[in-house]
Design a protein around this ligand. Structure first.
Ligand code: HEM
Length: 579
């Protein structure tokens, strides 16, 4: 028995007209154009057929049926058509038929172990290359063992089906160290740990605040001050590659702290001027990430069974961060109370922390988890991707010059970045978008555990199976000259490049769907701010030793060794901050 779940209609086109036009197009098109052909069900006029959206975005399926779905994307019918008809269901191949390594490689546990060193050359750090090798060997859909039966996809059209079927509460497995900490201490889990309705209860109040237009631009002015401090530190130089990586981490931490704690924590201050709390917080959050990486890369496994050293250290970092978060939240609570007494409190407060604190449906522990998660989500991620952008600009001086000229035209040598200025800086946005594409995946996370059986590429993938999407592959296969850094491919205009036609899921640095990144506007804004301020003052180069830096993945993208950037002062052309 099939059930209809959803109907999305593009209101600009009369529904019936679209319906009949589309039926005609399916009927009359050659069947080999369909990867998952709906033709038989249509020619038999099976009324279980379902449709359509003409939206410019990937199709929200109009009808989605419990035993499959029929989709139509903006690219046309040949893109994504999965049938839901029971007639077609008989042609669907079984999970066991999905191509992939055979024999011991499909055994639980052993299969996973065999994928990595010493049995192959791969580690979690080179997971993207391992995924690519599977795709090269077996094709665009692969069945393999990765902590359980897993399917790997590389075609954005298949990813579209995956995301269409992720449901209201997409399931992305947590990093076990964070999950264990919450469980062992009986604490409320965060975005990464929770699933189902519990996750949604946390995510929904955050969505409405963080993903609404203008949520990030409210902080432009304050975060611009942080960017200025960053440039101050860079100008003082010289900084070693390690110090530089640390400085970018501090920049991202300071910048997101403005949002999460309504305060400048002083991470970029010289050590003598940093408060003891700031120092502890800075060290704890850096260590926190390193330990999470140990868990992800499999360097630590024993913490799953007992409180080993890694786990105890991790618990310490969480405790420090919780303690300092408490201080800032209590301060903000007092401010909100004061504003309320003074009757100066705006119920539509654009300030995120105040807005959360004045929401009577959220208790203190939830707000604390949200703020802590946003803070942690916004440090390493932004810092690493900022460095990747600078690396790309340094290695492509012509692009850097072009961006510099855009900055000079719109802002001149000193003006801060504003919302209006951002709206007329397409090259800045294109530079970041292209940097994301070239480094894809930005994070190890394009993974969903299926809630129900789903037909992908003609195979029925059972519920409970994890499906990963190799954005490394998709961000190369769908672009011309993929290894080159070409921001122009994202510019609109008369000379619009072919890439503009690429599938929207071919480049998804912030994930996709209901569980996509919550902080994407903040991340982009902070990277823009730093890049603009740096280029207004300095020209960026990389030391010859860092020219061939390779990138891998722990949680976020990571260089194989810290990058030695060289900065030249624009006014004096004197390489002061050089190492
Ligand atoms: C360039 C920087 C960043 C990148 C590349 C990035 C990337 C991602 C990705 C790929 C995901 C998983 C999405 C999915 O599964 O579909 C994610 C999740 C998340 N990100 Fe980001 N992120 C960045 C910055 C930030 C910032 C600044 C914040 C906080 C303000 C943040 C908060 C989060 C949170 C809370 C989640 C978990 C969402 C959930 O499971 O509901 N991220 N991010």
């Amino acid at each position: 028995m099939m059930t209809l779940r959803s109907l999305t209609v593009n209101k600009s086109v009369p529904f019936l007209k679209r319906f009949y036009t589309t039926c005609f197009r399916i009927w009359s098109a050659p069947s080999e154009r369909y990867q998952y052909s709906a033709l038989p069900s249509l020619t038999c006029l099976k009324p279980t057929l379902c449709l359509l959206t003409c939206s410019k975005r990937p199709a929200r399926h109009v009808f989605s049926c419990s035993n499959g779905s029929l989709l139509w994307s903006h690219k046309g019918f040949h893109r994504n058509v999965v049938t839901s008809s029971s007639h077609i269901a008989q042609q669907v191949k079984e999970f066991k038929d999905v191509p992939g390594p055979e024999g011991l490689s499909q055994w639980p546990v052993i299969g996973t172990v065999l994928n990595f060193k010493p049995f192959t050359n791969y580690t979690v750090w080179t997971l993207h290359l391992f995924f690519s090798s599977l795709i090269d060997q077996y094709g665009p859909i692969v069945r393999f063992q990765f902590a359980g039966p897993t399917v790997l996809l590389s075609d954005p059209r298949d990813a579209e089906i995956l995301f269409q079927n992720e449901g209201r509460y997409p399931n992305r497995p947590p990093i076990d160290l964070g999950d264990l900490y919450c469980k062992r201490n009986n604490l409320h889990g965060g975005f990464n740990e929770l699933q189902g309705e519990d996750w949604y209860a946390l995510r929904s109040p955050a969505n409405k605040r963080l993903l609404k237009p203008g949520s990030a631009t409210h902080y432009l002015e304050q975060q611009n001050e942080v960017a200025k401090d960053l440039v101050g530190v860079l100008k003082k130089g010289p900084l070693s590659a390690e110090e530089l990586a640390d400085t970018f981490f501090k920049y991202a931490s300071e910048s997101i702290a403005v949002v999460c704690f309504n305060a400048r924590l002083g991470f970029l201050e010289p050590p003598s001027r940093r408060s003891a709390d700031t120092e502890r917080f800075s060290q704890a959050s850096l260590k926190h990430f390193q330990l999470l990486m140990h868990s992800v890369t499999g360097e630590s496994v024993a913490h799953r069974f007992y409180r080993n050293k890694t786990y105890r250290e991790f618990e310490d970092t969480c405790n420090v961060m919780n303690e300092i978060t408490d201080k800032y939240l209590h301060k903000a609570i007092a401010e909100v109370q004061f504003k309320k007494q003074e009757k100066s409190f705006d119920p539509n407060e654009p300030n995120l922390l105040y807005s959360f604190l004045s929401d009577s449906t959220l208790n203190y522990s939830r707000i604390k988890v949200i703020m802590n998660n946003l803070y942690n989500g916004g440090t390493d991620s932004t810092a690493k991707n900022l460095m990747v952008l600078l690396f790309n600009l340094a290695r492509n001086q012509d692009k850097q010059q072009k961006l510099y000229e855009e900055i000079q035209t719109v802002l001149g040598p000193e003006q801060p970045l504003t919302k209006d200025a951002l709206a007329i800086m397409p090259y800045l946005k294109a530079c970041l978008r292209e940097s994301f594409r070239l480094i894809n995946p930005t994070a190890l996370s394009a993974l969903r555990v299926l809630h129900h059986d789903t037909v992908i590429r003609g195979y029925r993938i059972p519920s409970g199976v994890a499906v990963a999407y190799s954005t490394h592959k998709s961000s190369r296969e769908n672009f011309v000259d993929p290894e080159r850094y070409v921001p122009e491919r994202w510019l609109r205009g008369p000379k619009q490049r072919r890439e503009e036609e690429s599938h929207i899921l071919a480049n998804i640095p912030f994930g996709y769907g209901a569980r996509g990144c919550l902080g994407r506007w903040f991340a982009e804004q902070e990277i823009y701010l730093a890049t603009v301020k740096i280029l207004q003052n300095l020209q960026v180069h990389v030391h010859p030793d860092s020219q061939n830096t390779k990138f891998g993945y722990a949680i976020f993208v990571e260089p194989d060794k810290p990058i030695q950037f060289l900065f030249t002062r624009r006014e004096t052309a004197d390489k002061t901050c050089v190492r």
